[in-house]
Design a protein around this ligand. Structure first.
Ligand code: ADP
Length: 503
């Protein structure tokens, strides 16, 4: 199998898709020859195969990162020049933005316009943002006694293993690469097996930008094999992971073997609260976007909506109208598509089984409720799901408590602020939360009370490279993005200085 395959995308691009493991700035085959097949979720047809790393390959990638960390070409590179390399990478991504968005739309199933505007917009702005931090992370000087003082150095943590999910392939990669590189770490990054293609094209841009060999190593591989080998490797100093809470638990256990530093960004069942005094059209608009965008495959999806009992009927009616007008289901390349296919057959089956479960549990389906079969024959096997709304849910229902990761929402009424805060916090998760009200005091009071890493007031899903992102409870450990994201990639060394030896 060659290391590149010429592909023509459904929207007409021709390009050479790399298929290798990117180690030491070169594409190489896997040692075992094992592969991962990328599939177009809109047609269920294969796109291409790429090499999948074995534990031996992971070792080679880690060794490359270990060596690069100590090489003067990286270790002694001034922060300003590191930042310039990162800014160059952002420029190259901007140059190739349409191709990168095309690959993510093809491989993941999201509408091309969304991949272009949202995913690539976020990926590029994140690397640009962190390029600016590369020469602005300093230590402190601390006065102690008359004859002594100390200073601190903020140094890279070392070799970082980064494990990313499939829902935003490139933006998740840059959320992790940005701060790691700004702080001078070296990286082995593993893409999710469901979306292996775009990261290899990114790898080529990393080389073109001029990063020294071994600073960023990019591998594809299966979680249980390559992912687990990366987490357990003794030369890896830190693991950063985004994915499901179940996998995060396994990673945390494995990382304990060598006491690795970890950042985990995991699942959620985020509440969105609509008080009686809210601007109802805005509340409907954002609550629809908060669960139905990206095919509902968002860790911060506001998947539990709580509406004040006096406005529930009006809210439901408006929500259903918005679904009919906005949530057009279709393939990635149709400009009118709002909702593409789910990423894989496994996710599609899982979502449909939750919808069946909800019906069995006795919840009421007020919209959707099953698979969507497109009229075109070409897409008849695609993984399309109807946006689905359940009401009459109770505390113990699994569809109310568990993360579904699809276009499925539960809507429940409440009477008082106290009651709805109790509902909102009755979850093992604590990622995002949204509050709709015109009462400024209530908005901030509720924002403070909700157990979540992020709260949106009169909005949902806002995300910005400058603002910390992360969860509480079982939604994660640590923060990404913003200045807080730098802390995850530096360690503080204290240097004590004695100026009193002549006294
Ligand atoms: P999902 O269940 O939505 O596919 P996962 O949390 O399993 O999400 O996957 C997210 C990322 O974690 C992927 O890159 C996957 O390969 C990786 N992964 C899965 N299982 C493991 C594991 N046991 N050890 C390390 N990484 C894993």
């Amino acid at each position: 199998m060659s290391l590149f395959v010429p592909l023509t995308t459904p929207n007409g691009y021709q390009y050479d898709q790399p298929r290798g493991l990117f180690i030491n700035n070169e594409f190489v085959p896997s040692s075992t020859g094992q592969v991962i097949e990328a599939v177009d979720p809109a047609t269920a047809l294969p796109i291409a195969t790429v090499y999948a790393a074995s534990a031996d390959d992971v070792d080679k990638a880690v060794q490359a990162a270990y060596k690069a960390l100590r090489d003067p070409s990286w270790k002694q590179l001034p922060g300003t020049e590191r930042g310039a390399l990162m800014a160059r990478l952002a420029d190259l991504m901007e140059r190739d933005r349409a191709l990168l968005a095309t690959i993510d739309a093809w491989d993941n199933g999201k509408p091309y316009q969304v991949a272009y505007n949202d995913d690539l917009g976020e990926a590029i702005s994140t690397v640009r943002y962190y390029s600016g931090w590369a020469d602005k992370t300093f230590g402190q000087t601390i006065s102690t006694t008359h004859t002594k003082f100390a200073y601190t150095l903020r140094q890279p943590i070392g070799v970082v293993g980064q494990i990313i999910p499939w829902n935003y392939p490139l933006s998740m990669a840059l959320w992790k690469l940005g701060p790691a590189l700004a702080c001078g770490n070296t990286v082995v990054i593993k893409a999710a097996e469901q979306t292996p293609l775009s990261i290899l094209v990114l790898a080529r841009l990393i080389k073109e930008a001029g990063f020294p060999a071994g600073v960023v190593n990019v591998i594809n591989g299966y979680g249980r094999e390559a992912g687990a080998a990366l987490v357990q490797h003794k030369l890896v100093d830190k693991v950063a992971f985004t994915g499901s809470t179940g996998t995060a638990r396994e990673i945390m256990k494995m990382a304990a073997g060598t006491l690795k530093n970890i950042t985990l960004e995991t699942g959620g069942k985020s509440p969105l609260i609509v008080f009686k005094d809210s601007d109802l059209d805005q509340a409907v608009k954002w609550s629809h976007f908060g669960i139905m965008s990206n095919q509902g495959q968002i860790c911060t999806a506001t998947s539990r909506i709580f509406v004040h009992q006096d406005i529930l009927d009006t809210f439901l009616q408006k929500f259903k109208e918005t679904l009919t007008q906005t949530s057009k289901i279709g393939h990635q390349w149709d400009e009118t598509t709002y909702q593409g296919p789910q990423v894989t057959r496994a996710q599609y089956d899982r979502i449909l089984s939750y919808i069946e479960l909800g019906k069995q549990e006795g919840a009421t389906v007020v919209a959707g409720g099953g698979a969507f079969v497109p009229a075109s024959k070409e897409h008849a096997n695609g993984y399309f799901v109807q946006p689905t709304v359940f009401t009459n849910v109770t505390d113990s229902m699994r569809i109310y408590r568990e993360e579904i990761f699809g276009p499925v929402v539960v809507i429940r009424s409440f009477a008082t602020e106290e009651e709805v805060i109790r509902y909102a916090n009755d979850s093992e998760y604590g990622l995002g939360a949204a509050v709709f009200t015109k009462d400024i005091e209530r908005a901030h009071r509720v924002a403070a009370e909700i157990e979540a890493g992020m709260v949106w007031i009169n909005s949902s899903q806002d995300c910005d490279p400058r603002v910390p992102f992360g969860g509480v409870k079982q939604s994660g450990i640590g923060r990404e993005l913003g200045e807080a994201g730098l802390e995850a990639y530096t360690q503080v060394k204290a240097v004590h200085v004695n100026l009193g030896s002549r006294l």
